[in-house]
Ligand binder design. Structure first.
Ligand code: DOR
Length: 437
C-alpha cells in the first residue's frame, strides 16, 4: 500500500462533482481521503506539488486495442497499459478484435489474468457481440457477462446482422451494458482507403463515403428505439452521424457516442503529408465534419472522447497505401493533441475532462470511477495545460509508433498519473517529497 500522499496546490477539476478550484487532495490507502483548500486533516504524509497544474480524475478510455493475444508484435497488455498510464489513463477498456477474439469466457479470463499481473492500471475487457466477430451469430452474452465483460462490440467490424444487433440490444437492456457499434456498411467501404472527397480524387485512392457510417448509425438508432437497449456509437466521424444522434437523443433513444482525438483535430488533408500514418478507420473527414464533431462534444450530443488507440508495426504502415493497416497509436498524444483545442477556445477544459472521466464512467455505470469523491479509488491525472513538448514516437512506451503527430510540438502534457494512489507515471519534473510534519 502506498504512503499517505498530499497532492498540493493544484487546480482541481472534477466535473462529476462540479468542482473547479485551487486546493489539495489527500490520498490514503489507495483512496481519496480528503479534498479541500485548507490544511489536511492529517499531518503525516508525503507531498506532491501540483502548483500551476491541473489535478483531475484519472482518464478512462472506453475504446482501445491492446492486441494481446495474437498480435503481440503490435502491442501487449503490458506495453499498451504503460503507454496508457503515460497518457494519463487509469482505466482502459480493450476491444475484442484480438486473435482469437474475446468471444467466450476463457478469453475474458485470459485478459483479466494477464492484466492483473502485467498492467499498472485497470483493464476492463469488452466482449464480442457475435461469434468470431463475424457479424452473424450472437455470442453467449450471459457467459461473457458472468466472466466480466463490461460492454460488447465487434469493433474493427460492424455488427453486420441487424438481427444479432437487435438481440444484443435486448440483452444490453437487461444487463445494463452498452453495445458499442463500429458503424460501417461494408458494401460501401470495400476497397476504400480514405474519406471520399477531394483528397481521395487527387490521390486516386478509393473513397469511403460518409453514408457508409450514417446508414449504420441510423439502423442502430432504429433498433435502440425499438428495443430500449443502449447503443454506443464508436468513433463518430461525420456531420451526418452527429445530426442523427442529436435527433435520437432529443427523441429519448438510449444512445451515447464517442469521438477520437484524431477525428476532432485532423482532416483528410493529413493523408497528403502523413500518408499511411493518417490512414484510419473511419477515415479522417473534412473540416466541416471536425467542426460538427467539436460542436457536438461541446453541446453534449457526443458524450465522450475515446482514443481508439490502434498500434501497428512499422511494416504494417511502411508499405503501399492500399496494403497498409488502418489505425493510429493514440494513448500518448491524446491530451497533447486536444489541449490545443482548449488553448484556442474551441473546447472548454471542463468539457474535455468530463469527456475523459465522468462521461465514460457513467456510460459504464461505474459511480466510483471518474471522480475524486471521498472514498473513490485514488485514480488521479495531473497535467500541465501549457507545457510544450515534441512528440517522439520512437520513445513511446507503446510498441505502436504509428502516429501522424511524430515530430510535432504539442502543448499540454501529462505530468503524473496515479492509480489507486500509486504513481504509475511521473514526468521527470515531478517529485514526491517524503515529509513528516
Ligand atoms: O483504424 C482502425 N483500427 N479502426 C478500427 O476500427 C480498428 C482499428 C484496429 O484494430 O487496428
Amino acid at each position: 500500500m502506498p504512503n499517505t500522499l498530499l497532492i498540493r496546490g493544484g487546480r482541481i477539476i472534477d466535473p462529476g462533482q462540479e468542482i473547479d478550484k485551487t486546493g489539495s487532495l489527500l490520498i490514503k490507502e489507495g483512496k481519496i481521503a480528503w479534498l479541500g483548500d485548507g490544511a489536511p486533516p492529517e499531518n503525516d504524509y508525503d507531498t506532491l506539488d501540483a502548483g500551476g497544474l491541473i489535478v483531475c480524475p484519472g482518464f478512462i478510455d472506453l475504446h482501445c486495442h491492446l492486441r494481446q493475444p495474437g498480435d503481440e508484435e503490435k502491442e501487449t497488455i503490458a506495453t499498451g497499459t504503460l503507454a496508457a498510464a503515460r497518457g494519463g489513463f487509469t482505466t482502459v477498456c480493450c476491444m475484442p478484435n484480438t486473435n482469437p477474439p474475446l468471444d467466450n469466457e476463457s478469453m475474458i479470463n485470459y485478459i483479466k489474468a494477464i492484466a492483473a499481473n502485467e498492467s499498472p492500471i485497470r483493464v476492463l475487457p469488452i466482449g464480442c457481440v457475435t461469434v468470431g466477430r463475424k457479424g452473424e451469430e450472437l455470442v453467449d452474452m450471459g457467459e461473457l457477462e458472468m466472466a466480466g465483460a463490461i460492454a460488447y462490440s465487434d469493433d474493427g467490424s460492424p455488427v453486420v446482422s441487424p438481427e444479432a444487433m437487435r438481440q444484443a440490444l435486448e440483452y444490453s437492456r437487461d444487463f445494463n451494458r452498452p453495445i458499442i457499434d463500429h458503424c460501417e456498411n461494408l458494401f460501401l467501404t470495400q476497397g476504400g482507403q480514405i474519406n471520399e472527397g477531394v483528397v481521395s480524387l487527387e490521390l486516386g485512392l478509393r473513397g469511403i463515403p460518409a453514408s457508409a457510417e450514417e446508414l449504420f448509425v441510423q439502423r442502430d438508432l432504429d433498433l435502440a428505439r425499438e428495443t430500449g437497449g443502449h447503443v454506443h456509437i464508436a468513433h463518430v466521424s461525420t456531420e451526418g452521424s452527429v445530426e442523427l444522434i442529436r435527433a435520437a437523443k432529443e427523441e429519448g433513444i438510449p444512445v451515447t457516442a464517442e469521438v477520437t482525438p484524431h477525428h476532432l483535430t485532423l482532416t483528410d488533408e493529413a493523408v497528403l503529408k502523413h500518408k499511411t500514418y493518417a490512414k484510419v478507420n473511419p477515415p479522417l473527414r473534412t473540416k466541416r465534419d471536425t467542426l460538427a464533431l467539436l460542436r457536438a462534444l461541446n453541446d453534449g450530443v457526443i458524450d465522450i472522447v475515446a482514443t481508439d488507440h490502434a498500434p501497428h508495426t512499422a511494416a504494417d504502415k511502411n508499405c503501399e497505401f492500399t496494403q497498409a493497416a488502418f489505425g493510429i497509436s493514440g494513448f500518448e498524444t491524446a491530451l497533447g493533441s486536444l489541449a490545443g483545442l482548449i488553448l484556442n477556445s474551441e473546447l472548454s477544459l471542463n468539457t474535455l475532462i468530463a469527456a475523459l472521466t465522468v462521461g465514460p464512467a457513467r456510460i459504464l455505470g461505474y459511480e466510483k470511477l471518474g471522480t475524486l469523491e471521498v472514498g473513490a479509488p485514488a485514480d488521479v491525472t495531473i497535467f500541465d495545460l501549457h507545457k510544450e513538448w515534441v512528440v517522439d514516437a520512437s520513445q513511446f512506451a507503446s510498441k505502436g509508433k504509428n502516429t501522424p503527430l511524430d515530430g510535432q510540438t504539442l502543448k499540454g502534457k501529462v505530468m503524473a498519473t496515479l492509480f489507486q494512489g500509486n504513481p504509475v507515471y511521473m514526468d521527470e519534473a515531478m517529485k514526491i517529497e517524503s515529509k513528516k510534519e
